[in-house]
Design a protein around this ligand. Structure first.
Ligand SMILES: [Zn+2]
Length: 131
């Protein structure tokens, strides 16, 4: 299991950009097609921008057409947590970093094979490391 990371908003504010803070700590959403990774095709690893937890790899990234980085499988289910999100009158599954609680995005059941899942993730929640 991963060690938990607990920091106050003031600490996070010092380490993150205003947009990263708004998305990861306040459950914000970046505007579609504006993030740094939706159109990134390089091989590598996507880590949590807050704590460096391994979340996704380029091998499971796919073109969803949504304007957000989309993946059909995380590196490990243990690295993410799913929780019900009923805001905005919708019934969605929010995904957060299991280590620091950062809001990442949502997971939907309309993804490609083999999982059929679509992890729709904010670029602002991710830090890409080239392989
Ligand atoms: Zn994290």
């Amino acid at each position: 299991m991963v060690d938990k990371v607990n920091k106050t908003d003031d600490q996070w504010k010092k380490e993150l950009t205003p947009e990263e803070f708004e998305v990861t700590r306040k459950k914000g959403t970046e505007r579609a097609f504006t993030g740094r990774y939706w159109n990134n095709h390089e091989k590598g690893y996507y880590k949590c921008v807050c704590c460096g937890n391994d979340l996704f790899t380029s091998d499971t990234k796919f073109e969803s057409g949504t304007g957000w980085p989309s993946f059909w499988q995380p590196v490990s289910d243990a690295n993410l947590q799913k929780q019900s999100d009923k805001t905005f009158g919708m019934d969605r599954d929010e995904v957060v970093c299991a280590r620091c609680g950062a809001h990442l995005g949502h997971v939907f059941a309309d993804g490609p094979k083999p999982t059929g899942l679509r992890y729709c993730i904010n670029s602002a929640s991710l830090k890409f490391e080239k392989k």
